[in-house]
Design a protein around this ligand. Structure first.
Ligand code: NDP
Length: 783
């Protein structure tokens, strides 16, 4: 039996394009500009031109940002319920016109109508429904937050309307206004969406859509009137945006590339896993950031499973995307086809086995057959690069630990799919994989209630869920932060005079690495004088080598991350207890260093802060979401990993504790640079740590020049995040810029100071969010 053709009519979509004379201007302030400086949008399935769109200029972006700024008070003034009603109307209109949207998307992008009709459109509508709900609940659920302001949003071509909804819905729900740029290849559904905005009663300037190439994206990114950038696309452009926004104070979320593993254990339902694989790598021709592009299959079933995969590939139907019985459509553009072909050729050249089913490719348009590559080494380009096409690279493993090791052998960390009938094995593997989403016995599941986003070079920030809303809000406590503190000069004194006291010379405060006191590798030290000019001690001048040793020690201390939260809480309480026992000594040290009139207050606040984060350690729970599919999605708050921290100069003990305690409470290990001006009370803490059961390597302290050490932290490949709070504006910008190399997460003080005594500014969920990353684990159930 064979399938007959089942074409979806394109009449309505073509009529809609004709109705616009196949020319579109820009949508700014609820008005269409005259089409100008046109570029073409083509149908990738046959290469025909569909329409022409306007290349926005810098002046257009300027107009869009100004309109968005003007609209802020109007949109926010409507209140949560007012916004919810408009967003509900958008959801309803998307549903009402879903077939027109689906056909238009298929024409413009080349993906099959089955996918646009059954996946893109329902998910886009669901996103607006869900976020209409967040708008309604905002004042109750996010009472301590406000909207960020004007948001610039840039999306790629692989899910044009769906990415639009992922971006625009949460931004509007939180009370922001947007300047949105679709991808040059696929802007048409955004034009249709603009029409819905008019129908739904979105006030002028709330949604502005500017079309054009990457220069338009860059103009949005660089515009000083934009408060936040939300980007989805390639890691390369994500990195450029991180660099461009460094030091600007703009909030940033990046959803970037991936090389996600699809892991099949020998006890898996193999037929189910094969179907999962089809959804994972041949969905949208593999042009999916979270595509399961690396098949890791247990050696014992490798041949059997690969035979099943090949048999299934023979049955994949490739052809006209508007045919309802097609599985595989066209690639977005010949450029993409050439990129994929070049990578597959490189695999052939390296001696890999490249297998493709017999399948006729249409003569016109942009096509690539489903492809299976075996025999690739782990370092092969096809095993490491994001191919972004219908190409699967298969490898085998023997044991679960080897599967995890292979899964994590990538710079990315977006998603993973795990197939086994053993729930305990699946739930053991899920936390070990460095990825923002793990699907158990399923693949490519998405829902507005469940956050989506990456670890490592797959970016940071989440879309969907509560955590996705937070990306579009600012804590009110941030607005209350004081001005930048005056740069604290190091106290000056006279070393020669101090030498009159022979014992003073031996007072060299060591650094602390791997639970042991350490001398600086440079063998250099610098004097620390008290306010009265007396030599208090010498401190080691840490270097790149010391940071490397500290990072190594921090990685060895990974047991801290897997320790129970109860255990971590106990250690934090114990640190507090031992600090309390030596409170007088620490107070005296603070007074000697800083001249503080009330040093006891700082010590007591430090003890309280340790209690505070000990309390949080076993209470910062995740969530269990209920997506519309049969199953639950568990959102886990995981540690970020190894965090580099540069501490403030004001409140040298409290500042240190306020940053280190939340990090270690949630299972991170830290490499800390104490206050450069007043390092001694932090260096004294090793005696407290040593008596408090804190495992070696969890906290490592490297004293020295803050700028130099921060640079090393920001560029170190094995550090996952860098926090800088020493009041150096340029230093903060530099950390953000340098962190782009490995796309580390950053948390910097920026242009404001912080009241370290304030629980609102130096505590709470906002701080804990910096110390954690959300992993959503999808667990289906039922038969
Ligand atoms: P890009 O990252 O270049 O494009 C994503 C979006 O960013 C588009 O709207 C693009 O505009 C815009 N853009 C391009 N340059 C800049 C810039 N300097 N500043 C701001 N915005 C910019 O992806 P491509 O479309 O070029 O695809 C290239 C490769 O990237 C793919 O082959 C794939 O491997 C990967 N990719 C990954 C995606 C993911 O979700 N992980 C999504 C898309 C691509 P315009 O399209 O008009 O040039």
């Amino acid at each position: 039996m064979d399938y007959g053709p089942a074409p979806e009519s394109q009449k309505e979509a073509q009529a809609w394009l004709d109705g616009h004379q196949r020319k579109f201007g820009l949508f700014i302030d609820n008005a269409w500009s005259e089409p100008a400086e046109l570029f073409a949008s083509t149908n990738p399935a046959d290469g025909t031109q569909l329409a022409e769109l306007t290349q926005a200029s810098d002046a257009d972006v300027e107009r869009a940002v100004a309109a968005a700024r003007r609209a802020l008070p109007v949109w926010q003034g409507m209140g949560g319920h007012g916004r919810a009603k408009v967003m509900y109307a958008l959801a309803r209109l998307l549903q009402k016109h879903s077939r027109l949207f689906a056909v238009l998307e298929t024409l413009d992008n080349g993906k099959t109508i089955r996918e646009t009709r059954d996946i893109d459109l329902p998910l886009a509508a669901r996103h607006f429904y869900h976020h209409a709900g967040w708008a309604q609940l905002q004042s109750e659920e996010f009472a301590d937050y406000r909207a960020v302001g004007v948001v610039g949003q840039i999306v790629p071509w692989n899910f044009p309307l769906l990415m639009l909804s992922w971006k625009i819905a949460p931004a509007l729900a939180a009370g922001n206004t947007v300047v949105f740029k679709p991808a040059e290849f696929t802007s048409l559904t955004a034009m249709l969406f603009a029409e819905l905005c008019l129908q739904a009663g979105v006030p002028a300037g709330v949604v502005n859509i500017v079309t054009g190439d990457g220069t338009v994206g860059a103009a949005i990114v660089n515009h000083p009137g934009v408060d936040k950038i939300a980007f989805t696309g390639s890691t390369e452009v994500g990195r450029a945006i991180r660099i461009a926004t460094a030091g600007s104070g703009k909030k940033l979320s990046l959803e970037l590339g991936g090389k996600s593993p699809f892991i099949v254990f020998e006890d898996a339902d193999l037929d189910g896993a094969v179907e999962g694989l089809v959804d994972s790598i041949w969905f949208n021709q593999g042009q999916v950031c979270c595509a399961g592009s690396r098949l890791l299959v247990q050696e014992s079933i490798q041949e059997r499973f690969l035979n099943k995969v090949r048999a299934r590939m023979q049955n994949l139907r490739l052809g006209s995307p508007l045919d309802k019985s097609m599985d595989v459509g066209a690639l977005v553009d010949p450029v993409q086809r050439q990129r994929i072909a070049a990578l597959v050729d490189s695999a052939r050249a390296e001696g890999c086995d490249v297998w493709q089913p017999a399948c006729e490719l249409p003569l016109d348009g942009s096509w690539f057959p489903p492809t299976l590559i075996t025999g690739a080494s782990t370092s092969a380009a096809v095993a490491q690069a994001e191919i972004f096409g219908p190409v699967l690279v298969a490898m085998s493993f023997r044991t679960p630990p080897e599967a995890v090791q292979l899964a994590n052998n990538t710079v990315y960390g977006l998603a993973a799919s795990v197939w086994t009938e053993s729930i305990s094995l699946a739930l053991d593997i899920a936390p070990a994989i460095k990825a923002g989403v793990v699907w158990i016995n399923s693949a490519n599941q998405f829902d507005a209630a469940c956050g989506f986003g990456g670890y490592r070079e797959s970016g940071f920030g989440r879309e969907g869920g509560r955590e996705g809303m937070l990306e579009y809000m600012t804590a009110l406590a941030e607005d209350a932060r004081p001005a930048l503190p005056v740069v604290e000069a190091k106290a000056k004194g006279n070393v020669k005079a101090a030498a009159a006291d022979p014992f003073a010379i031996d007072r060299t405060a060591k650094m602390y690495i791997g639970g042991k006191q350490a001398r600086p590798d440079s063998a250099y030290s610098a004097p620390v004088f008290g306010v009265n000019g007396a030599l208090l001690a010498e401190v080691g001048l840490g270097s790149r080598k010391d940071i490397r040793n500290a990072v190594e020690a921090a990685h060895k201390a990974s047991g801290w991350t897997s320790a129970t939260a109860h255990n971590r809480a106990q250690v934090l309480y114990y640190i507090a207890e031992n600090l309390a026992a030596r409170a007088d000594e620490f107070a005296a040290r603070i007074a000697a260093m800083t001249g503080s009139k009330n040093p006891e207050k700082e010590v007591q606040a430090s003890i309280e802060r340790l209690f505070y984060y000990a309390a949080w350690a076993d209470k910062y729970d995740g969530l269990a979401h209920q997506p519309p599919t049969k199953g639950i999605t568990v959102a886990l708050n995981e540690a970020v990993g190894v965090i580099g921290i540069v501490c403030p100069n004001e409140a040298p003990l409290l500042g240190f504790i306020s940053l280190v305690a939340p990090a270690i409470a949630l299972g991170n290990r830290v490499v800390v640079v104490p206050s450069e001006a007043h390092p001694l009370s932090a260096l004294d803490l090793y005696q407290v740590f040593d008596t408090s059961d804190l495992p070696g390597g969890v906290v490592n302290i490297i004293s020295g020049n803050a700028d130099e050490l921060a640079r090393t932290l920001a560029t170190h490949a094995d550090i996952d995040a860098v926090w800088r709070h020493d009041g150096s504006l340029d230093g903060c910008a530099e950390v953000e810029r340098l962190s782009a190399a490995t796309l580390k997460r950053t948390w910097v003080g920026g242009a404001k100071g912080r009241d370290w005594y304030s629980a609102a500014q130096s505590g709470g969920r906002a701080v804990l969010a910096h110390a954690s990353q959300v992993k959503n684990v999808w667990i289906p159930y039922g038969v």
